[in-house]
Every structure is written in structure tokens, then in C-alpha cells.
Design a protein around this ligand. Structure first.
Ligand SMILES: Cc1ncc(COP(=O)(O)O)c(C=O)c1O
Length: 449
């Protein structure tokens, strides 16, 4: 998670518990009234804006227990003997408006399966968004293919379509845009480039359930879409994933590959496959969780818009922008950019610490992970040396600089989705805490905490 030692998942796990604020008693002060002196920041010994926890995640009730017990008692625990995974696939495809869905064990394997079935492999190159969870890079590297980064547009947090074309060469096979935080990428631009250059498009929609571009759901706009149902996700089952698509023949191939190579209509194993099947238990939980997804999404969107309206005029706080054509964001995280200059030079890590102390869990999320040694380990591996000429790997190393992405990695501040699930007054707390820190910026700078 950026520069901190905390991983994103640790952050997600603690965000719903109220962290520091949980130990501090007291009510929420009515804050930010014009003309009065700023109250002292909690990190400097003042009273925090918020003492309560935010909404916890995941959320479930008794209705989830019956379907899981039913699977247990049926003795039909894998999709080959039960019907629950197939039911989930049908319902999820219908919810998204996709022709087909294949459920798999997690989002990472959804992406790996999509790459494989679109014939991306050893020696190929894939255009990838650098601002993402590490799994997006890993699946490309695990295929002994090169993840070639296009730059990020710091305003949208998304791949900048203007930077894609210059990265394409004769070995490029696919574009892998990431709808990060559930913010839809500009799929019109990406699909147009792909069509012109004869490339496949795999949407990493692992954070984008029900997000929409041009009125259509993310995950249905490219050749294949990939989803994650890990515990922190809006449709959670602990672990889980899915691949969605509209091409029947391709989806038949996905189904066969994920199921050890069992091809529809044939007996035995007639293609090389893998076992990436979802269990019946996972599907039982997902069918239950799916009942709340639309209402939760609507609430996140409403709260995100309200929060934006509350913070947009605070100097140094720049809310994210949706890209042209985006019609709905899913807000797996609510992102903004922090401009330290307007806080008189208060560094972002101290802003984050002060905001956490006010009872608002927050994080910087992703750093420029391609600089962490991960890429070098891949490039110097036996497989990569065999698959790519030395000159290509040297050039690749030289090109690992992305100014838009690096700017964003220094400025991003995010709140996890569960913070958006409460009442509007929760958004007021977030906005008031940011305003309080702004007003106390000089005191915070002097205090050196
Ligand atoms: C953008 C993105 N891609 C891929 C994944 C991988 O999904 P999973 O954790 O289910 O393997 C995640 C999960 O956090 C993700 O956020």
C-alpha cells in the first residue's frame, strides 16, 4: 500500500473497525462553523471528529446460513455434482447483461484464464494499467508475457488512452485496462485502438461490479471481463471470481479450460485445461450476497456524490473525475488527490495520520510497484531470458517511468467502500475532519507529528 508498511487488505480489514477512533469516547462535534477558531486536531491531543466505527464489512444475516447448510447436507460440494455454481453464473450474467459467465476460484485466476483463452502467452506483450492491485501485473508475468504500462491520467486514476498507441508493437496481443476503484475506463477509446491494431481487450473489472460505461456494465465491454469476489469486495464470498463475455465459442473455451479441459459435447478431456472451478459453497454465499448488491451500489454512489460536493472546495483537495462516457462508478474505494502545497507543505503521510486520528480510516493505496524489484526479478528469470531478446528487456527497463502514474501515487488518498454505506452524516464527518486538518495545517507542520 504505497509507502506505508500496511498492505491494502490490512487497511481494508481495519477500516471498518474505526481504528484509533474506537478507543476515544465522546460525541461527534458540530464542526466547521464559519468564523470560529479551529478546534485542535486529535493527533495533537484534541477531540476527534468521529468516535464511532464506520459500517463493518462484509455484511450478512441469518438468510445466508440456510443455503450454505443446504450445500453441506446435500453432499454435492463441487460444481460437477451440484447446480449452485451454474445458478450463480446465470444470475450474474443476467445482472450484467452479459451473454455468459464462468465462475472461478478468484479474480487472479479469472484474469489468468482470460489471458490463456485469448492466446496471450510466452513472448507476448500486454498493455496494462500501472495503477492497480499487483495481481494485474502478476498474471501477465506468470504467462511469461511483458506487462507494458501505459501511463495513468491522474485526474481519473485510470489508464490514459492517449498513451496506449505508442506502446504497441508487433508482439502486443492485448490491452488490459483496469476499472480501478470501480471507476470505468474509457472503453470507447480503448476498444477503438484495439480494433484498429487487432488486439484483444480484457477488462480487469475486479473492483467494478455494476459500474457502467455508456450505460453498459463494466466487464461486458471488451472481449472478456474479469471479476473478484474476495472478502473485501462488494460481492464477497471470501474468495471467488468470474469471467464474463458475449462470444459463445470463446466462453465455451473458457468453461472447458477452467474445468480440466472438458469440452462441451465431447467425452473425456479433449483440450489442455486447468482446474479453476468455484465451489458450491462459494456460489451459495454469492447468490445470497447478490441480493444486496444493487441497493449497496446505489447508496455508495449517492454518498460518494454527496462527499464530493462537501470537499470539492477545500483547498488542496481534488476529487477524482469520471472519464468521458462513464455513466456509473462502483466506488470500491473513494479516491481524491491531496495537494500538499495547499496545506503549506504538510506531507501526505502526515495528512493521512492526522485524518486517521480524527476517526477517519484512510490510505494512500497503490505505489509505483514496478519500481519495487518485482519487474527486475521477472526480467532476469530464466523464462524471460528465453522468451525475449536482451535488447527488448533492456529497453523495457529504460521505459519504466510514468509521470502521470508517479504523480498520482504521491497524491492519492482513499477511503474504502464500507465508509460509503452509512448515513450522510458519516460523509459529513469525513468532510469535517478534512476541513479541520486544513485549518490546522500550520499547527500540524510545527508539531512535527
Ligand atoms: C484490480 C484487481 N485485479 C485483480 C484482483 C485479484 O483478485 P483476487 O484477489 O480475487 O485474486 C484484485 C483483487 O483485489 C483487484 O483489486
Amino acid at each position: 500500500m504505497g509507502n506505508s508498511n500496511f498492505t491494502r487488505r490490512q487497511f481494508l480489514a481495519t477500516a471498518s473497525t474505526g481504528t484509533l477512533a474506537a478507543v476515544v469516547a465522546g460525541t461527534v462535534p458540530a464542526y466547521a462553523k464559519a468564523g470560529r477558531k479551529a478546534s485542535q486536531c486529535a493527533i495533537l491531543g484534541g477531540k476527534p471528529v468521529r468516535a464511532k466505527s464506520f459500517t463493518r464489512w462484509p455484511i450478512w444475516d441469518k438468510s445466508a446460513e440456510g443455503p450454505v447448510l443446504e450445500v453441506l447436507r446435500s453432499g454435492k460440494w463441487f460444481r460437477g455434482s451440484g447446480t449452485v455454481v451454474s445458478q450463480f453464473e446465470e444470475k450474474y450474467a443476467a445482472l450484467l447483461g452479459a451473454k455468459r459467465c464462468v465462475a472461478v476460484m478468484n479474480g487472479t485466476n479469472a484474469l489468468a484464464t482470460a489471458l490463456h483463452c485469448l492466446d496471450v502467452g510466452v513472448g507476448d506483450e500486454v498493455i496494462v494499467s500501472p495503477y492497480t492491485f499487483i495481481a494485474t501485473y502478476n498474471v501477465v508475468l506468470n504467462a511469461t508475457a511483458l506487462p507494458v504500462f501505459a501511463d495513468t491520467d491522474p485526474e481519473t486514476f485510470l489508464i490514459n488512452p492517449d498513451t496506449i498507441e505508442s506502446k504497441i508493437n508487433e508482439n502486443t496481443r492485448a490491452i488490459l485496462p483496469v476499472h480501478i476503484f470501480g471507476l470505468p475506463c474509457n472503453m470507447t477509446r480503448i476498444n477503438a485502438i484495439a480494433k484498429q491494431r487487432n488486439l484483444k481487450v480484457i477488462e480487469d473489472a475486479c473492483q467494478a461490479w455494476l459500474a457502467e460505461f455508456g450505460g453498459k456494465k463494466c466487464g461486458t465491454l471488451g472481449d472478456l471481463g474479469c471479476f473478484s469476489f474476495q472478502e473485501s469486495k462488494h460481492l464477497p464470498a471470501g474468495e471467488g471470481g468470474a469471467i464474463t463475455g458475449n462470444d459463445e465459442a470463446l466462453m465455451d473455451q473458457v468453461m472447458a479450460f477452467h474445468n480440466c479441459g472438458r469440452v462441451k459435447g465431447k467425452t473425456g478431456y479433449t483440450m489442455i485445461g486447468h482446474n479453476r472451478r468455484m465451489t458450491e459453497y462459494q456460489a451459495a454465499i454469492l447468490l445470497n450476497q447478490m441480493q444486496r448488491l444493487e441497493a449497496d451500489t446505489a447508496r455508495r454512489v449517492e454518498n460518494a456524490n454527496y462527499l464530493t460536493s462537501k470537499i470539492k472546495d477545500i483547498p488542496g483537495i481534488v476529487p477524482h473525475k469520471l472519464c468521458e462516457g462513464a455513466t456509473k462508478a462502483a466506488y470500491h474505494l473513494y479516491p481524491l488527490r491531496y495537494k500538499s502545497e495547499q496545506f503549506n507543505g504538510l506531507p501526505r503521510n502526515r495528512f493521512l495520520a492526522a485524518l486517521s486520528a480524527e476517526g477517519i480510516p484512510c490510505s494512500s493505496v497503490y505505489g509505483p510497484q514496478y519500481k519495487d524489484g518485482l519487474m527486475e526479478a521477472a526480467l532476469t528469470s530464466k523464462n524471460f531470458k528465453r522468451a525475449f531478446p536482451k535488447e527488448r528487456l533492456d529497453r523495457y527497463r529504460d521505459e519504466l517511468h510514468y509521470p502521470g502514474n508517479e504523480q498520482l501515487c504521491q497524491e492519492a488518498v482513499c477511503f474504502t467502500q464500507n465508509l460509503l454505506l452509512g448515513p450522510k452524516s458519516d460523509m459529513d464527518d469525513i468532510a469535517n475532519a478534512i476541513q479541520k486538518i486544513y485549518e490546522n495545517r500550520d499547527a500540524l507542520l510545527k508539531a512535527k507529528v
